[in-house]
Design a protein around this ligand. Sequence first.
Ligand code: 2AM
Length: 204
Amino acid sequence: MNEDSRPATVRVFIALAPPDHAKEELEHALRPAYGTHPRMRWNRVEDWHITLAFLGELRVETVPALRPLLADLAATHRPPRLALRGSGNFDDRVLWSGIDGELDELHALAADVRAAVRNHGVDFAERPFRPHLTLARARRGDLTSAGEIATGLAGFSGGGWPAARLHLVGSNAGRGSGPIHYRDIEAWPLGDGRTMGTPGPDAG
Ligand code: 2AM
């Protein structure tokens, strides 16, 4: 328990992240909008990610048990090959980049992550998985900027990349009035698609 006797919690989600070269391509295409729409609340490029499962506030003692679960899950899934492509918005407020590539594999990975966490006994509110990478949020009352920027980015089509790692991420959202930052709690390399326990060439 912390000072005010509420249990200590941490806000966490599980995500994939594009490599730097893919982010640079999109950042380049986005640069004019940074100038024309300075009032958008732009996410930091280092925070860009594709959320697979948002777990919300977990008690801190829940987190260590997720590590082996996610490590195993990562090892048994192949990295989906993805690309950043096109743009859109949710509710005229949330500006996002679209995701292209091996979307069946991406949906399967998100479903497996969610099932593993839930089967482990961690309850969380599930939204349908809509692959996207959030770039910015419009301020209250601004119902035009997100759509304008998305229209400008509609033709963007970045190069493909394998999503190499599964990230367990902590967020400071809801803690004070400062900007939202994310930090990796841990990240595991995605594997070769074989099930765990398959003996390697050196086994036995
Ligand atoms: P977003 O990218 O569409 O905003 C951390 O907040 C991440 O978890 C964000 O990428 C956010 O999605 C995602 N997320 C999913 N469900 C959420 C929820 N109910 N509240 C906050 N973030 C959520």
